[in-house]
Write a protein that binds this ligand. Structure first.
Ligand SMILES: [Zn+2]
Length: 673
C-alpha cells in the first residue's frame, strides 16, 4: 500500500491563526497612568438585542429578570443607539469611544482593531486591573485585535460534532461562555480589581433553542434566545456578586446592535441604518450610579468607555464619545449628534455604502436617494421628508463631513483572510471581502432599491423560510439575474450547487462572476477545487496561483496549490509553497503532512516521521497524517505504534471520503495483530 497523499480541498486544511498573538507587542508607550478607584468592572455585550424585546424596556411577552434587575438597581438609557449595525465595528466603538472611521474597524471580517488604538481593557490593565474576556463568536476572535489589554482572552469555540469542515464552530452558546467566565471568577483572590467582558451571541440567527425555552417561546425563537441569555446571565451575576461587594462593583450592559425582524424589508441587520437595528439596550449599575433612573437623553456606544472611566474617577483622552455621568445629576451632556454607518452593502453586496446622523429629533441617511425622518412624529421611519427639510439635510451633511476624518474621498482596504475564516463567517450569515480597496463615494445601487434581491437572499439563507434546497437555489438564481454584479450571490449559490452535486453549474457560475468583473480570489480557488475534483490538477494550478496572489492569507488554497504541484511531479514548487504556508501559519498541520510526503518521496524517513508527528500533534483529527505515520512505523518494524496510528486513522477518517482506503487499513491492522 502506498503512502497516502494530502488531498486538495478545504476539508483537509489545518488550523489558521494568522495574527493571533502578534498585535499586542507593538503599541506605543502609554502616558503616565491615572489613579482610578479600584472597582471591579463587568461589561456584558449581548449581540443582536433589540431593547424593545426586554422587560425593562416595556416588553411584556418575555421574562428577562436578570437584565430587569440590573436596570432597577441602576440607570437605563431609553434612547441608546449604536454607531453601526455590525458586530466587530460596534464592539470597537464600545471599547474605544471612537466612531468607525476613527477606529477603522469597518465591516465584519477583513478589518483588525489596531494595537495602537487605546481600549478600555488596555487602560485598565495598565493601571493594575486583572483583565479577562469571554466571547461567543468567531468574528471577535483574537485575530480581530480585540484581545489587546486582556490577560485572558477566551475565544475557544466548541468543536463540531460531525462536520470535518472546520476545527471549530463559529459560535459558542451562552451556557458555555458563562461557565468559563464563572470558572475564571472563581479563581480570583481579590488582591486586584478585575475587569471582565462577557459577550453573548445567542439572539443572532440561526436560532438553536433547547427546553424549556424552545417550548415557552415556540413561535418566537428570537425572544426565546434573549430569555435563555438572561437566564445564563443570572448565573454569571451570582458569581460576580460572590467575588465583589456591591460598593466595589460596576456593571454595564449593551447590545452591539438590534435586529430588523422584517421591518423595512430587512430580516436581520447590516444592510440599513434604521432604528430597528441601530437602537440598543444600555444599562449601567453599581458604585456611583443612582438606582432606578431612566434617562431620555440620547446615549451612544461611543459614550460607554468614557462613562465607565468617569465612574472610576478618571477620564478618556482622544475619544469621540463623552461621559454620561453628568446626566445622573440632571446635568446636560453633548450626545445630540450620533454618527452611523454600514459598509456591508458596499463590500459584500456591491451596492452603495450608507452613512447617517441621528439626533433625538431627526434621522438622516446619506444614500443615493437621501432619507430624512422626523423621529418625534414618525419613530418607525416610514415617511422620507428629505425634500421638505433641505436645511436639516444640509446641517446633517455638515455633521457627516466632520465625523468622517478622511481628507477628500475615503478609501478603505480590507485585510486578507483565509477561506476557512470566510466560510465560518458565511455560516454566521456574513461574507467578507478579500484584500482589496473600496472607494467610499456613495456609488452603487441604493440598498433600498434592491429589496427584491434582499428578499431572495433571505428566503434562500434563513432556516425558517421553509424552502427546499432546490427552491433556495432557484431563489438565488433569480437574484443573480436581477443583480449580476453582486459578489455575495455567487458565494451563496455556488456552494449550494456544489452540495447538490451540480459541479458543472457551480464552475459555470464562478466563471460568470469573473466575467462580471468581480475580483475575488475565492472564485478562482472554488474553480480550482472543482477542477481537482474532476482530476484536472494541471488546469487547477493557474487558478490556485491567481487565488493565492489575490488572497495571500488563504493558506487553505496554498495547501491545495502545493498538493496539485506535488501530484503534477513539481516537488520543488510544492516544497516552496508548503514552507510558505508554515511561515504564515506555523500551526498548519496539512502543510506539515505535505512536507512529510515530500520527504518520503526523497526517501528521508527521519524527516518524514518528524513532519507527520508534528502534523498529528497540531491536529489530532488529521486522518492522513495518522495513516502516513502508521505506514512509516510499520516500515521501521514498530508494530505497536503502527497499530495505534492505524487505529487513530480509522477513528478519525470520514467514511465516505476514505471509502477505498479504510478496508486496506483494516487489512493492515489485522496483519499486525
Ligand atoms: Zn452583532
Amino acid at each position: 500500500m502506498r503512502i497516502w497523499l494530502p488531498v486538495a480541498g478545504k476539508a483537509l486544511a489545518g488550523c489558521v491563526c494568522l495574527l493571533a498573538g502578534t498585535v499586542s507587542c507593538r503599541r506605543p508607550a502609554a502616558p503616565a497612568p491615572q489613579a482610578l478607584k479600584p472597582l471591579n468592572v463587568v461589561v456584558i455585550t449581548i449581540d443582536t438585542l433589540r431593547p424593545d424585546h426586554l422587560g425593562c424596556y416595556g416588553y411584556t411577552r418575555i421574562e428577562t429578570p436578570t437584565l430587569d434587575g440590573i436596570a432597577q438597581s441602576g440607570v437605563l438609557f431609553e434612547n441608546a443607539v449604536s454607531q453601526t449595525p455590525l458586530t466587530p465595528p460596534s464592539h470597537a466603538s464600545i471599547f474605544t469611544g471612537l466612531n468607525p472611521p476613527s477606529h477603522k474597524v469597518r465591516d465584519t471580517g477583513g478589518f483588525i482593531l489596531s494595537a495602537s488604538t487605546p481600549t478600555l481593557a488596555r487602560h485598565l490593565q495598565d493601571r493594575g486591573w486583572d483583565t479577562a474576556a469571554f466571547v461567543s463568536s468567531m468574528v471577535l476572535k483574537k485575530r480581530s485585535g480585540f484581545d489587546q489589554g486582556f490577560a485572558v482572552y477566551d475565544d475557544i469555540m466548541p468543536r463540531p460534532g460531525n462536520s470535518d469542515q472546520f476545527l471549530e464552530d463559529a459560535v459558542r452558546r451562552a451556557g458555555d461562555t458563562v461557565d468559563r467566565a464563572v470558572h475564571w471568577l472563581d479563581g480570583r483572590d481579590g488582591s486586584k480589581p478585575f475587569f471582565l467582558w462577557v459577550h453573548l451571541y445567542d439572539p443572532h440567527v440561526p436560532y438553536n433553542l433547547s427546553p424549556p425555552f424552545s417550548e415557552r417561546y415556540k413561535d418566537r425563537p428570537y425572544d426565546g434566545e434573549i430569555a435563555y441569555s438572561d437566564a445564563e446571565l443570572a448565573r454569571l451575576m451570582q458569581s460576580v456578586h460572590r467575588k465583589s461587594p456591591p460598593e466595589k462593583l460596576l456593571v454595564a450592559v449593551l447590545s452591539d446592535h438590534g435586529e430588523s425582524l422584517g421591518e423595512h424589508g430587512e430580516y436581520t441587520h447590516g444592510v440599513f441604518l434604521y432604528d430597528s437595528t441601530l437602537r440598543i439596550a444600555f444599562l449601567v449599575s453599581g458604585a456611583g450610579v443612582p438606582a432606578g433612573m431612566r434617562i431620555k437623553a440620547q446615549a451612544r456606544t461611543i459614550d460607554a468607555m468614557p462613562t465607565i472611566l468617569a465612574l472610576l474617577g478618571g477620564s478618556a483622552g482622544g475619544v469621540e464619545g463623552t461621559s454620561l455621568v453628568p446626566l445622573f445629576s440632571g446635568k446636560d451632556v453633548d450626545t445630540e449628534v450620533s454618527y452611523a454607518e454600514t459598509l456591508y452593502p458596499k463590500i459584500n453586496l456591491g451596492w452603495a455604502e450608507l452613512r447617517g446622523i441621528r439626533t433625538p429629533h431627526w434621522k438622516y441617511i446619506r444614500a443615493p436617494k437621501p432619507e430624512l425622518y422626523d423621529l418625534l412624529k414618525d419613530p418607525m421611519e416610514t415617511e422620507n421628508v428629505a425634500a421638505a427639510h433641505p436645511d436639516e439635510v444640509l446641517k446633517m451633511e455638515a455633521w457627516l463631513a466632520a465625523a468622517n476624518r478622511a481628507n477628500g474621498p475615503e478609501t478603505v482596504r480590507t485585510n486578507t483572510m483565509d477561506e476557512r475564516t470566510q466560510a465560518q463567517l458565511k455560516s454566521l450569515g456574513y461574507l467578507s471581502g478579500t484584500g482589496r480597496s473600496y472607494g467610499l463615494g456613495g456609488q452603487g445601487a441604493d440598498p433600498k432599491d434592491r429589496l427584491p434581491v434582499l428578499k431572495l437572499i433571505e428566503a434562500a439563507e434563513l432556516r425558517g423560510s421553509g424552502l427546499s434546497p432546490r427552491r433556495r437555489i432557484e431563489a438565488l438564481q433569480e437574484a443573480v439575474r436581477l443583480d449580476p454584479s453582486n459578489p455575495v450571490l455567487y458565494h451563496l449559490l455556488g456552494p449550494m450547487l456544489e452540495t447538490g452535486g451540480r459541479y458543472a453549474e457551480a464552475t459555470a457560475l464562478y466563471r460568470a462572476a469573473l466575467a462580471q468583473g468581480i475580483v475575488d480570489g475565492r472564485l478562482h480557488s472554488r474553480i480550482a477545487d472543482l477542477l481537482v475534483r474532476d482530476g484536472h490538477q494541471g488546469e487547477a494550478i493557474p487558478e490556485y496561483e491567481i487565488s493565492t496572489r489575490l488572497n495571500p492569507g488563504d493558506t487553505a488554497s496554498q495547501v491545495n496549490l502545493a498538493t496539485a504541484y506535488m501530484q503534477s511531479g513539481r516537488a520543488a514548487d510544492a516544497d516552496r509553497v508548503f514552507q510558505a504556508v508554515i511561515a504564515i501559519d506555523p500551526s498548519n498541520a496539512a502543510a506539515q503532512n505535505g512536507l512529510g510526503v515530500l520527504a518520503i518521496q526523497r526517501q528521508d524517513g527521519t524527516a518524514a516521521r518528524a513532519y507527520f508527528e508534528k502534523a498529528v500533534e497540531l491536529d489530532p483529527n488529521l486522518a492522513e497524517a495518522h495513516l502516513n505515520l502508521g505506514l512509516l512505523y510499520k516500515m521501521a518494524g514498530d508494530r505497536e505504534r503502527a497499530r495505534a496510528s492505524f487505529e487513530r486513522f480509522l477513528a478519525k477518517a470520514p467514511p465516505r471520503q476514505y471509502k477505498d482506503v479504510i478496508p486496506k487499513v483494516r487489512a493492515e491492522l489485522d496483519a499486525l495483530h
